[in-house]
Design a protein. Structure first.
Length: 151
């Protein structure tokens, strides 16, 4: 199915190696696929794989039940390539694990380039506090699916 406004997400998108980006991507129909530990760990493995391949350097992330927030420094690929690989690999891993979901992700993703003068640690704290704001836990220590290079 073609989404008439999907191209608007890409308008003005520019991939700059070395730039910091906050990326958000959502599961298809907000299905809470990642509420299950194994499924969430597949997502984490693919973020780490992107780092190993020098596509990105993960600074902070959180895997929520139905979406992912990922703060990266873009490395040797475009944002589009990074996200295509990431989303495809997560989908393949979930299917191999027996998840019957036909579609894992909504089309596209949101990204925001951070300016160098922004407080990157504040952005990272905002990301990892998502489970608290969503009421999933009373302390971030209770939530297993997050990380930040500063913590």
């Amino acid at each position: 199915m073609h989404h008439a406004h999907a191209n608007l997400l890409r308008r003005g998108r520019f991939s700059e190696p070395g730039r910091l980006y906050l990326i958000t991507t959502i599961t298809h129909q907000r299905e809470p696929l990642f509420q299950h530990l194994i499924n969430a760990r597949h997502v984490v493995r693919q973020m780490r794989q992107s780092d190993y391949e020098f596509a990105s350097r993960s600074l902070a992330w959180v895997v929520m039940p139905d979406h992912v927030h990922w703060l990266i420094e873009l490395q040797q690929v475009t944002l589009g390539t990074l996200m295509r690989r990431f989303k495809s690999r997560v989908g393949i891993a979930l299917r191999k694990a027996g998840v019957p979901q036909k579609r894992v992700w909504q089309p596209g993703y949101q990204d925001r380039a951070l300016r160098r003068e922004e407080d990157v640690r504040r952005v990272a704290r905002y990301i990892v506090a998502n489970p608290l704001r969503a009421g999933l836990v009373s302390s971030i220590r209770e939530y297993p699916h997050w990380d930040a290079v500063w913590l």
